[in-house]
Ligand binder design. Structure first.
Ligand code: HEC
Ligand code: HEC
Ligand code: HEC
Ligand code: HEC
Length: 463
């Protein structure tokens, strides 16, 4: 949610003419996972989810797909969000168990520039379904849903898009089976952007899940309703080889005239001449092949980019207000649950000080020692999603336990890395604490929170 105001800002600058643009999201935007653990986590997550819905409405999204994890707050919660949204939530296969009717909007036909754009949503169904307990709903397989739906949409639409929460392998399968789906936008678990690639006549692509990028695709749609192929693979191979040879020649020539620099090495001169000869032959072959190629009929083309949402971008004011308000609400929810308890096995960094004064002093000057203050400064010190990485001894998912930690554990203290040290502090000669391996750091220095972590360099900085 944190990056939303910046994303909104960027969208305002690129999304200037709604008649030629379409703003959609394939889903998985409300919750980070399928199942939420503690009661407090659920309540917090719902506040955040509601703020995301409000922001998306403000930004002007036109359709959003329903991913399985969007149901983590329960069906009634999602229904409530759908009534608050200015955009439809799409799923053709999330149906009422009894009537087998879709619960949300199954598909949508939008008109843009005299074109009918069909958009279908599909919810993923594998793994631990969050709706097992929800007896009212069922996720039906795409094999059953798509054939009748497509045969009715095919005649009405110029192009058909699928917002799919299915696994990648199934998206490939359905692309092979159905010619009339032209674009599949995936939602879900990948942490990296996936460039579009063509399966049959379907382009499949995905923007990473953490909201650090905007996926943009510029489409020139041709009445043939077919995507342009990559071109003759043999020709492509030859072209690559030619590029390679040219690069070699350029590199050698950049050092000077080969006849001069290899004066004393005739075998090198010979090798260079061979490269030049090969290059010239290949160039002729390519020219010939291009002449023989039949010109292809006009087809649809696209260009795509993933725009990084940079920290330096300003915030879009209205979305920033929504997000800030939600953060305050989340924080005050945790504040009410506070109590004071000790954490079994842990003693706090203070008690390590008396024997390891050097490490203690050095550690004091690092950001680990101030990690909880960082949350206080952001008024997020009661947010159970943030706490596990900004305090000592709390596992991810058990953020609510951090609300009752004593002051000395409210930092990334010695025991965050060395493990619980009560026994060691009492009888150091009997119990050793180990040097933390990289896996310890990575529990907190995840890709999402630190995309620049380097164990070799960073371990020198801890104390
Ligand atoms: C009463 C003194 C004392 C206290 C308190 C103490 N240590 Fe130690 N610590 C030692 C001694 C002595 C050694 C060396 C033990 C050895 O070499 O067998 C040691 C060794 C270590 C080592 C290195 C282990 C190794 O094998 O290289 C670490 C890490 C460590 N302590 C961390 C801590 C932490 C964290 C705390 C606080 C929770 C702490 N110590 C509290 C005395 C203490
Ligand atoms: C319990 C979670 C946690 C663990 C475990 C952890 N870190 Fe950190 N680390 C943080 C947090 C949180 C910050 C940022 C603190 C702040 O600014 O409030 C941080 C900051 C840092 C920084 C400062 C970054 C900078 O740019 O100034 C370094 C270096 C670092 N950690 C290295 C490590 C290494 C190396 C390990 C493993 C040996 C490790 N950390 C283990 C949570 C953790
Ligand atoms: C999975 C662990 C993890 C979680 C969860 C986490 N952080 Fe952090 N946080 C880190 C680490 C690691 C760093 C240090 C990154 C660096 O500077 O290299 C950090 C740094 C920070 C910083 C200082 C650097 C900056 O980007 O300005 C702030 C502020 C911060 N976190 C706030 C939060 C808030 C608010 C939350 C909850 C919404 C949160 N963190 C949740 C691990 C985490
Ligand atoms: C962010 C993780 C982290 C924190 C926090 C941390 N340490 Fe360490 N500590 C390490 C790592 C990593 C090593 C191993 C360093 C190496 O091998 O170069 C280490 C090594 C040590 C050693 C062995 C001697 C040495 O300096 O290499 C002692 C003793 C020690 N730490 C004590 C402490 C104490 C006391 C604190 C708290 C004041 C503390 N550590 C906090 C990561 C941490």
């Amino acid at each position: 949610m944190g990056g939303l105001p910046k994303k909104a800002f960027k969208l305002e600058t690129v999304y200037d003419s709604p008649s030629s643009k379409l703003l959609i999201d394939a889903g998985a935007l409300l919750f980070a996972k399928n199942r939420l653990s503690s009661g407090l986590e659920v309540e917090q997550a719902k506040i955040t989810a509601a703020a995301i819905v409000e922001s998306y409405s403000k930004i002007g999204y036109e359709a959003v797909g329903i991913a399985r994890q969007d149901l983590a707050g329960g069906l009634s919660f999602l229904k409530e969000q759908a009534t608050r949204s200015s955009f439809p939530w799409l799923s053709a296969n999330l149906v009422d168990r009894n009537t087998q009717e879709p619960i949300f909007t199954p598909y949508l036909i939008l008109q843009k520039q005299n074109m009918n754009i069909g958009i279908i949503g599909l919810t993923g169904h594998t793994g631990d379904s969050p709706i097992e307990e929800d007896q009212e709903v069922e996720i039906v397989s795409w094999q059953k849903i798509l054939p009748p739906l497509l045969s009715s949409l095919e005649n009405q639409c110029d192009i058909i898009l699928l917002l799919s929460n299915l696994p990648h392998s199934e998206n490939q399968m359905l692309s092979k089976q159905f010619n009339s789906i032209h674009l599949v936008i995936q939602s879900g678990i990948t942490t990296s952007n996936m460039n579009p690639f063509l399966v049959n006549n379907t382009l499949i692509f995905q923007t990473e899940k953490q909201g650090k990028h905007l996926g943009m695709m510029d489409i020139h749609w041709h009445p043939s309703k077919t995507w342009q192929r990559e071109g003759n693979p043999l020709l492509l191979k030859k072209q690559n080889e030619l590029d390679r040879l040219n690069w070699q020649i350029k590199r050698i020539r950049s050092k000077g005239n080969p006849e001069m620099i290899y004066k004393d090495k005739p075998e090198n001169i010979q090798a260079f001449r061979n490269i030049e000869k090969k290059e010239s032959l290949l160039r002729q072959e390519i020219a010939l092949e291009k002449r023989n190629e039949t010109p292809t009929e006009k087809q649809s083309t696209y260009q795509n980019v993933f725009i990084p949402i940079q920290k330096e971008f300003p915030d879009q004011a209205e979305v920033a207000t929504i997000v800030d308000q939600a953060k305050i609400e989340v924080n005050s929810l945790g504040k009410k649950r506070r109590a004071n308890k000790k954490l079994a096995g842990y003693t706090g960094s203070q008690s390590c000080k008396e024997c390891h004064i050097e490490q203690y002093d050095n550690w004091q000057s690092t950001r680990h020692a101030k990690a909880h203050k960082t949350l206080v400064a952001k008024s997020q010190q009661f947010n159970v999603d943030c706490l596990p990485c900004h305090v000592t001894g709390i596992e991810v998912n058990k953020g609510h336990m951090a609300l009752s930690l004593p002051e000395d554990l409210l930092k990334v203290g010695c025991e965050s890395c060395h493990g619980p040290g009560q026994d060691h502090a009492a009888t150091p000669e009997q119990s050793n604490l180990l040097s933390p391996p990289v896996t310890v750091c990575l529990q907190c220095h995840t890709e999402e929170h630190d995309d620049d972590f380097d164990f070799k360099r960073d371990r020198q900085l801890v104390h």
